[in-house]
Design a protein around this ligand. Structure first.
Ligand code: HEM
Length: 258
């Protein structure tokens, strides 16, 4: 008996079940590879991923220890290690934030401020079109962006804002242990502005859940785009570039359309 050979991108005849991306026709035609993200952005992204995971895991433990080690506390020093990892990760996380701010001005045109924050009128017009695309109202009118589309711009702006609040509130909490120290002097205003340190702690805790919601959404949307558009969007955060159909007009890629 001969086995059916599946066509590129199609499940073999008689194959049942779920085939990730297999029902979508394989891309064909003229594609080109465009370089989007430089190594500093890619490195910053992966440092942020690693430190964010460490911060969530250790932060939730600090707030409510979800397991205990047996034996004498002095021997395992579990909470001490959790706090040490939290603060070490916080230092790297804050460094990536400073680095990102610098790169808003020093990066390439896909990494700079105007490409990240929807500050241009055309981005707000395109945002409506993008929402209609996702809602399948007018999918054919979706604007094509090489870098971030306006909805991505808005959500990344939101995530960067959250990160800043986490950093500022975190350093305000950190400073409380030494009222004569640098961090107390530099960040104690946060408690005054927010209405007391219990509020700062509450905000720091609640926003952790915003990160926990963002992470799976971000991964889902990246996998979804990779599967539907077949442009290698996930590889772009490793290699720096992705494939795009040469015939598309890109809102942010004027010179590519010449
Ligand atoms: C994505 C970033 C971060 C996440 C998700 C996170 C998460 C958390 C959580 C859930 C807690 C426990 C809050 C509670 O008491 O219920 C916590 C505590 C704390 N975090 Fe963060 N955090 C982050 C960033 C930072 C940063 C940048 C700093 C800066 C130093 C920081 C410093 C602290 C401090 C000092 C505490 C209190 C520790 C203690 O009471 O011993 N955090 N964090």
């Amino acid at each position: 008996m001969t086995k059916a050979t599946p066509q590129a991108g199609r499940p073999a005849a008689g194959q049942q079940g779920f085939h990730l991306g297999a029902d979508i026709a394989a891309p064909s035609g003229n594609y080109r590879w465009v370089k989007l993200w430089g190594w500093p952005i890619r490195l910053m992204h992966w440092l942020a991923v690693g430190t964010m995971v460490a911060l969530v895991v250790t932060g939730l433990y600090i707030g409510k220890p979800y397991f205990m080690a047996g034996g004498d506390t002095r021997d395992h020093f579990l909470m001490g290690w959790m706090r040490f990892i939290h603060f070490a990760a916080a230092a790297i996380f804050a460094t990536t934030a400073i680095w990102r701010i610098y790169w808003l001005f020093a990066g390439n045109r896909f990494e700079r401020l105007p490409a990240l924050f929807p500050i241009r009128p055309r981005d707000w017009v395109n945002m409506v079109k993008q929402v209609k695309f996702y809602a399948m109202i007018e999918p054919e009118k979706a604007p094509h962006y090489l870098g971030h589309n306006p909805l991505q711009q808005l959500s990344y702006t939101g995530v960067y804002f959250l990160a800043m609040v986490m950093i500022v509130s975190g350093f305000a909490l950190y400073g409380q242990s030494d009222p004569s120290g640098f961090f107390y002097k530099a960040f104690n205003w946060v408690g005054i502005v927010m209405g007391g340190m219990p509020v700062v702690r509450f905000v720091h805790h609640v926003l952790t859940w915003a990160f926990l919601i963002f992470i799976p959404m971000h991964i889902y949307l990246a996998v979804r785009a990779d599967v539907l558009e077949r442009g290698g969007v996930i590889s772009s955060i490793f290699t720096g570039g992705r494939f795009v159909p040469a015939k598309h007009h890109f809102v942010d890629g004027e010179d590519l359309n010449e």
